[in-house]
Design a protein around this ligand. Structure first.
Ligand SMILES: C[S@@+](CC[C@H](N)C(=O)[O-])C[C@H]1O[C@@H](n2cnc3c(N)ncnc32)[C@H](O)[C@@H]1O
Length: 493
């Protein structure tokens, strides 16, 4: 049955151009993932199980969910399926008929209703429609907060309009009966970050997060569609947040039968100590131990009085200011990503990516005071070992009143004035440690390092940071093992 559905889906995928599928956020789920998601569904006590499929495609998730219920002894199922794309409807209809036949053969009953409508705008929750289960792979794309109808479709549920997948999750959550289950495969991006703050607040109150499944390899899940998002599967229940959340991991879809599962206290994963309510995801037991240990540190980035700002030089908007490295007149070095190395900042003028910044009229808008800073790269490539790379900028080395920092960098200083050498190196050693890198990965799955998440980091007290910094001897090279040894010596986890 499921194999047949996958076939109808495969025919469709080859017939439809990638650009059109992208516009509809159309990335179909493979049968192993659909079955895995369905395996999280538990028996329902009602005589008829009502399933909601939002963005049904060829219906693979409903097929897997319905067959799961049949296996669990719930042999009366009704499915409501929303799909906006006319071209998929015949496949969907055909596949649903096949499910009905399979149910009939086993003495059960499967009925369905396909709605050729926009799910988010239809808002079935407002019509008091309720469902026991929903297994969804919603479309994902950002929409315009000014012109898109989605921007004003869900303000009663949450504030902010980040991405269509959040709108789908919010409406599905609102459609669940008490104790109803929502299983979703979605990008990890909603678990942290400013854009999803309002959505997280809503979701954390509306639903209880029971389980998260993470895929270690990003490119494994929707391979045929070249999706490089980091996707997770979440199992939610319409109830007050429970006390425990389980996390399972696999490399991709091929090893879903050998997942490793661990259980953690919910308060360790959902951080309710501030308004951001970030959902932290430790990949291993060791990461969870780090997360729990760091939470006991006595201070935080903000409590220590540090600030973090993003480099103001946006190169495509300041082309006329950017000049060759040998054009020294009326210019200063421009610090770019490649100039930032572990514990140092290197601008020699000899690297082919080196550039200078001309001090033309209005340059003040793009330059910063030349003070000692820890400079963090904002981006890492997905395969790079480290997320956090922190260089130290010393104004005695790159001299002058002002400095030009490119937009792919974040710089850290102190609100009360210039940081002293010990504290600068203490902070940079911490940010370059494996410990903080792992802690940060629990907080953010993104290869982008956002200032918002750095601001929320727990940190040791300033005094401890200074002691760590005292161990730094200039001109000596500091391999990773040595950095980690120093951090371990001062900060026990
Ligand atoms: C990521 S695909 C998933 C399809 C299917 N559920 C699966 O798992 O293979 C999302 C589906 O949602 C449909 N879709 C996109 N926007 C929609 C909307 N506003 N309302 C209903 N369906 C929509 C797309 O056409 C696509 O079939």
């Amino acid at each position: 049955m499921i194999k047949a559905a996958a076939l109808a889906q495969a025919d469709y995928l080859t017939a439809k151009p990638e650009v059109v599928r992208k516009e509809l956020g159309q990335y179909f789920t493979g049968s192993s993932i659909a079955d895995y998601m369905a395996s999280m569904l538990e028996p329902v006590s009602a005589p008829t199980v009502r399933i909601l499929d939002a963005g049904a495609g060829a219906g693979i998730l409903t097929i897997a969910a319905a067959m799961r219920y049949l296996a669990l002894g719930n042999n009366c199922v009704h499915a409501v399926l929303y799909e906006i794309d006319q071209d998929t409807l015949s496949h969907l209809e055909l596949n649903m008929r096949r499910v009905a036949k399979a149910f009939k053969e086993q003495g059960g009953s499967f009925t369905f209703e396909i709605r050729h409508e926009d799910f988010v705008l239809a808002r079935p929750d407002r019509k008091e429609e309720r469902f026991h289960a929903s297994s969804i792979n919603p479309p994902y794309f950002k929409y315009s907060s000014k012109t898109s109808p989605y921007a004003s479709a869900t303000p009663d549920l949450y504030k902010g309009n980040p991405n269509i997948y959040a709108s789908f999750m919010a409406v599905v959550a609102a459609c669940m009966t008490d104790d109803g289950q929502m299983i979703v495969i979605v990008p990890r991006s909603f678990t942290n970050g400013l854009y999803f703050k309002g959505f997280r607040r809503y979701l954390n109150r509306a639903m209880s997060l029971e389980k998260i499944h993470i895929f270690r390899a990003r490119n494994q899940v929707f391979r045929e569609s070249a999706v490089l998002q980091e996707n997770i599967i979440c199992s939610y229940r319409k109830a007050q947040q429970g006390t425990s959340i389980s996390i399972s991991t696999s490399t991709g879809h091929h090893d879903l039968s050998q997942t490793e599962t661990n259980h953690y206290p919910a308060r360790q994963l959902i951080d309710t100590t501030n308004a951001h309510e970030i959902i932290r995801i430790p990949e291993t037991v060791e990461d969870a131990k780090i997360l729990a240990g760091v939470e006991h540190w006595p201070s935080s980035f903000q409590d220590n009085g540090y600030f973090i700002s993003t480099g103001p030089v946006v190169e495509h908007r300041t082309r006329e200011f950017i000049t060759a490295p040998d054009n020294i007149k009326n210019s200063i070095p421009l610090l770019r990503m490649h100039n930032i190395k572990t514990l140092k900042t290197e601008w020699t003028g000899t690297n082919k990516k080196d550039a200078r910044f001309l001090l033309l009229n209005c340059h003040e808008k793009h330059t910063s005071n030349n003070l000692p800073y820890v400079i963090l790269k904002r981006f890492s490539s997905k395969d790079e070992k480290r997320r956090l790379v922190a260089g130290v900028h010393n104004p005695e080395v790159i001299k002058g009143e002002i400095i030009a920092l490119e937009n792919h960098l974040n710089y850290i200083g102190h609100n009360d004035g210039p940081l002293k050498q010990d504290e600068i190196y203490g902070l940079a050693l911490l940010f370059n440690s494996t410990l903080i890198d792992k802690y940060f990965r629990c907080i953010s799955g993104n290869t982008q390092v956002n200032a918002t998440e750095i601001r929320l980091l727990k940190l040791p007290a300033r005094d401890t940071i200074r002691k760590i910094g005292k161990t730094y001897k200039s001109n000596s090279s500091f391999p990773q093992e040595q950095i980690d040894m120093i951090i371990e010596r001062f900060l026990e986890i």
